[in-house]
Write a protein that binds this ligand. Structure first.
Ligand code: SAM
Length: 305
């Protein structure tokens, strides 16, 4: 790729979001909510209001969000993988004419397991400013809540669909020291968790379901426990999922079964932090591993009562 440097391509004014705010011409990468419609930044709304063209993965889907925000985009174009390169020319021309183009996906951050990479690349080759806005992303939201190390992690998008490839992928994860994050569909989540249990025994997992939505849940437990836990209530496999898996280095100790039992007992009468602190004195497991387990035990106990 040719070297391009674009300076000062962002908002002309740093004032709060208003429809009158003006933006320099360019391609703006605009994150949208992953469930909760309140999760959109003031700047994202301001860019969408100012956009002369909105490029969306699915225009019908995005129109619902734009309607909710009271935004009537002058032009709405569909942009998905198969047409991305073909439509890049129209977008580049729009910016050359002084336009503000907003790229949005169905949910979350564009380009993160969503279209946009080729478009960004082509815009930069044409010396078009590309301005990324920070905002909602299922991967980051899940990672923050997983109670697993975040200093190093691997994100692999969706797990492979074919079983042989899935097994090879999980076998690779088994060797890696860092936390691994995957997206998964509700149709495959149980089967995938069965394979995780088989190939990654003792590994701490946080299965994040329906992030930011009414049924948001975090199933933090050891890989072997997860399949039975999901089978126990079919509702647990409904919705959207992010799977966060502890790295090999983090899982070296694991929580001993007797400590887990003691923790479950202690949590009935003792505050979570105190229970974790007490048991970390006699367990080989790391405090944050015990803490994650305590959260899960508390969550499960709460659901049962
Ligand atoms: N660009 C998006 C982002 O920034 O996260 C991801 C798009 S990817 C095509 C869609 C997948 O992300 C879903 O199938 C699911 O695995 C995950 N995902 C999106 N929203 C989610 C949510 N609210 N809760 C859990 N997972 C979610």
């Amino acid at each position: 790729m040719s070297k391009t440097t674009v300076e000062d391509g962002g908002a002309v004014s740093a004032a709060p979001a208003q429809s009158s705010q003006s933006f320099a011409p360019g391609l703006y990468l605009v994150p949208t909510p992953i469930g909760n419609l309140q999760d959109i930044t003031l700047r994202a709304i301001a860019v969408l209001k100012a956009a002369t063209l909105v490029a969306a993965e699915d225009t019908r889907h995005s129109r619902i969000l734009l309607d909710h925000l009271g935004i009537r985009a002058p032009k709405l174009m569909s942009l998905y993988d198969q047409v991305e390169e073909r439509k890049a020319g129209t977008i580049i021309e729009e910016v050359r004419q002084g336009g503000v183009v907003a790229l949005i996906s169905d949910a979350g951050s564009p380009l993160i397991n969503d279209p946009g990479y080729k478009l960004v690349s082509l815009c930069l080759q044409s010396h078009i400013a590309v301005i990324p806005l920070p905002g909602p992303c299922a991967l980051i939201t899940a990672l923050e809540a997983a109670a697993l190390p975040t200093d190093a992690f691997t994100f692999k998008g969706f797990f492979p669909v074919k079983e042989q490839e899935l097994r090879a992928c999980v076998a690779e994860v088994a060797e890696r020291p860092e936390t691994a994050v995957f997206y998964e569909s509700p149709r495959r989540v149980l089967k995938t968790c069965e394979i995780l249990a088989e190939l990654l025994p003792g590994r701490q997992i946080c299965l994040c379901r329906e992030l930011t939505k009414s049924f948001e849940s975090f199933y933090r437990m050891s890989s072997e426990e997860l399949p039975d836990f999901l089978r126990a209530d079919p509702k647990r496999t409904l919705g959207e999922f992010v799977v966060v898996i502890a790295g090999a280095s983090h899982s070296a100790g694991g929580v001993e079964p007797e400590i887990k039992e003691a923790l479950a007992m202690l949590l009935k009468t003792t505050p979570l932090k105190a229970a974790v602190a007490a048991l970390s004195l006699c367990s080989k497991a790391r405090p944050n591993e015990l803490y994650a387990l305590a959260l899960t035990l508390k969550q499960s106990a709460g659901k049962e009562s």
